[in-house]
Design a binder for this molecule. Structure first.
Ligand code: T1G
Length: 710
């Protein structure tokens, strides 16, 4: 044993049950030393005649959260399975029965460890799962072989392919957990161990009663592959996980483990896995703000208010209600408020209909939202989110009103997606309380929350919004106050290139298709139609005076808007939509585009899918590099997290900046230089990109250097 695994005896009765405690905070990952420690403990109990049975339990907040993901980058072959597979056989072959006692989470290698025990008991609040696919890999320590033996192929395929955890209660009904223990887990586990001591101990790998034959399971696996193809489009690991589980129905346990090992290794060394691991750590990294330390006091947000009950405001009110925070929702008149509340009700009702939650939950959530017409109740709230129409004059009026209505110390947040937070803050006597909270539409669904730091936003206000985002089920990313902040500022050049490509001869559908094939949730033109083309058009009209003369500007979207083609809401935009929003290519648009391009003298040519992807994605990367250098994003990984959670960028590519690193910055830089020559100044390479490319570095290395310098 070592300092990561301890062994003790239960003293209260016959002193005959050994308790093996894994103690590797914070989540008892199976870091080097842990498997060795467990092995030594199993050896010890086997050679101790006084021990009848053993309990394996996690110290601290959880059982074992899996292999140590930090170690993955250092691996040259085999991965964590090399130390785990033999250990799990050793446990199974122990002559003294081993009871695994689970609280918190038994994930990945943690569940695999638990399944090698002869029995499993758990606290009712525990969760178990094989979430490896979320890291682009599959279970690698026999999980795909032991799980179907305990729960059957159908459930094992589901758990390994979608990676979602199951509750201990469900696990108990599945046969994965043998007993739920209310109250003290260790005491309950020891009592259980005493009950089973001396009886024949079942070895999971020798069980076959739930496996069934390959033929019996063929339809299940085929259906799972189809689902994975749709829901996890482009991801390789879910399909590998299904193949591995299926193999349990036709191979021996040992052969199945070998097959699993082959697929595991392929996945572990794939770019998809590297990207998803980057995202796993990135999601935790974005919470760290160099000048806002962890200890910064946060303001308790027990009551909130939202101004404006339109689509965004209503969605934001739902976000608070869903998190159990009562919220007042204000609008200017009864009809507007009724419309807003009506939409919220409809939204909740559709969730009930789809079985997401019960009518009782819907009623509870609705009760959390109080519609109001005045600011009277605002003196009691801890935080307000303003979500009125996007116009500076109106926002300033609202903030002046909030300044009068809210108590000192309350946070005044704006959901603006384009306007200057400092100017809005200037309308109040307390700019330190003002911050941007940029939700993404639909607010109750999208995970991203851009938190926009004003010049004077206080550290307490920033820390509160960052920690609140977690409570609201969002991933908060701190960004600086520039036009469009991070996400929309980058989205501008991306959509601009999409239009240029169309004006140079690319077909509407082919353009979107190329980017969907790349992995994006939707193509840029379809996104425009969904969001409403008029939104960008109005903003462009407002900022037209800032455009530099002589620089090429796209025109096609503005022309479509001038014709009243605003997208889905008018039934026509880039595409045509019927009453049930089915999309079709509109020959009228194709003809118009050719006509407009000819009038503008733009030569038409065949454009490959590869060029479409390069132009659109590198436009994101180039702008991202500028944002990074200007300090509006703290790290390259922050940009990646924004794009994956707010813009449908494929997680398995790790975000635009990670993707550029993967392609190679020299290659990306060269391509951007070509575009610069062909298409002019808009493609001037970002100085940071040029520097990194010329010195052979990556954005990830830039992040590390910045962190070291801080
Ligand atoms: N390895 C290393 N570090 C980990 C870790 C892990 N498995 N899990 C968490 N951490 C770190 C995390 O980076 C953070 O660090 C801190 O612990 C707290 O985490 C062989 C190959 C367990 C539900 O995918 O889902 O087993 O930021 O902030 O919200 O087949 O962490 O504080 O420095 O997330 O309470 C499979 C991943 C591995 C589980 C806890 N296991 N972890 O959530 O805290 S692959 C997983 C989680 C594997 C086998 C295969 C969650 C959690 P820092 P946190 P939390």
């Amino acid at each position: 044993m070592n300092n990561l695994v301890k062994i003790s005896r239960d003293k209260d009765k016959d002193n005959d049950v050994a308790v093996i405690t894994i103690d590797n905070p914070p989540v008892n990952a199976l870091s080097p030393g842990v498997p060795e420690g467990i092995w030594a403990a199993i050896d010890e109990i086997n050679s101790d005649a006084g021990v009848k049975a053993a309990v394996v339990i996690g110290g601290g907040r959880t059982f074992v959260a899996g292999a140590d993901i930090k170690e993955f980058g250092k691996m040259t072959s085999g991965g964590p399975r090399r130390s785990l597979l033999p250990l799990l056989l050793r446990i199974e072959d122990s002559s003294k029965p081993v009871v695994m006692a689970i609280h918190g989470t038994a994930f990945g290698g943690g569940l695999e460890l638990a399944m090698a025990g002869h029995y499993r008991v758990a606290s009712p609040t525990a969760q178990v799962g094989q979430p490896e696919v979320k890291l682009g890999i599959i279970p690698g320590a026999g999980g795909t072989q032991r799980l179907p033996r305990l729960v059957g192929v159908a459930k094992a395929v589901e758990m390994c392919a979608d990676g979602k955890p199951v509750s201990a209660r469900e696990a108990a009904t599945l046969g994965l957990i043998d007993r739920l223990i209310e109250g003290d887990l260790q005491a309950g586990a020891v009592a259980f161990a005493r009950e089973i001591a001396g009886k024949p101990a079942p070895k999971t790998r020798e069980r076959a009663e739930k496996l069934g034959t390959a033929a019996e399971n063929a339809a299940i696996c085929a259906a799972a592959r189809e689902t994975a193809g749709k829901k996890q489009r482009g991801l390789k690991a879910p399909l590998a996980a299904i193949d591995a589980v299926e193999s349990a129905t036709r191979l021996s346990f040992d052969e199945g483990c070998q097959f699993e090992a082959k697929l595991f290794t392929e996945c572990l060394f794939s770019n998809q896995s590297k990207a998803l691991i980057h995202i796993f750590f990135g999601e935790r990294e974005v919470a760290k703000i160099p000048d806002v330390p962890k200890e910064t006091p946060v303001i308790p947000v027990n009551r909130a208010a939202v101004v404006g009950s339109g689509t965004m405001g209503g969605g934001i009110a739902m976000v608070f209600a869903n998190a159990g925070i009562p919220v007042v929702l204000k609008d200017v008149d009864e009809p507007a408020l009724n419309l807003g509340m009506g939409k919220i009700r409809k939204n909740y009702a559709s969730s009930v209909q789809r079985g997401r939650f019960t009518q009782a939950v819907m009623d509870e959530r609705l009760q959390m939202i109080t519609p109001v017409l005045t600011y009277d109740a605002f003196s009691e709230v801890d935080m307000v989110v303003e979500a009125v129409f996007e116009g500076m004059a109106l926002k300033k009026t609202v903030f002046a009103d909030l300044d009068r209505a809210c108590r000192p110390g309350a946070i005044l947040a704006s959901n603006t997606s384009t306007l200057n937070i400092d100017e809005i803050a200037g309308a109040t006597s307390r700019p330190e309380a003002v911050i941007g909270t940029h939700f993404f539409s639909p607010a109750n669904v999208m995970r991203l929350l851009e938190i926009v730091r004003g010049k004077k936003s206080s550290k307490e206000v920033i820390a509160t919004c960052m920690s609140l985002s977690k409570k609201l089920g969002k991933i908060g990313v701190l960004v600086g106050n520039c036009r469009g902040f991070v996400g929309n500022r980058m989205f501008g050049p991306y959509r601009r290139e999409a239009q240029f490509l169309i004006e140079e001869g690319a077909e509407v559908e082919a353009l979107d298709h190329a980017l969907v094939e790349f992995g994006n949730a939707m193509g840029p033109l379809a996104v425009g139609d969904l969001a409403g083309l008029d939104v960008g058009w109005r903003i462009r009209k407002e900022y037209r005076h800032l455009e530099e003369p002589g620089i090429r500007q796209p025109f096609s979207e503005d022309r479509l808007c001038e014709m009243g083609r605003y997208g889905q809401k008018t039934g026509r935009g880039w595409y045509r939509y019927d009453d049930s929003r089915r999309t079709s290519v509109d020959p009228e648009v194709t003809a118009l585009l050719r006509k407009w391009s000819a009038e503008a003298g733009i030569p038409q040519r065949q454009i490959s899918a590869a060029e479409i992807v390069d132009r659109c994605i590198y436009a994101l990367v180039n702008e991202g590099a500028r944002i990074l250098e200007e300090g509006y994003a703290l790290r390259a990984v922050d940009i990646d997290i924004i794009y994956i959670n707010g813009y449908g960028f494929p997680a398995y590519r790790g975000g635009p900046m990670w993707h550029a690193d993967t392609v190679g910055l020299q290659k990306v830089y060269q391509r951007i230089c070509e575009f610069h020559q062909q298409h002019g100044e808009l493609w001037a390479p970002a100085p940071l990109l040029q520097r990194l490319a010329e010195t052979g570095k990556t954005f990830a290395e830039f992040d590390k250097e910045q962190a070291a310098a801080a």
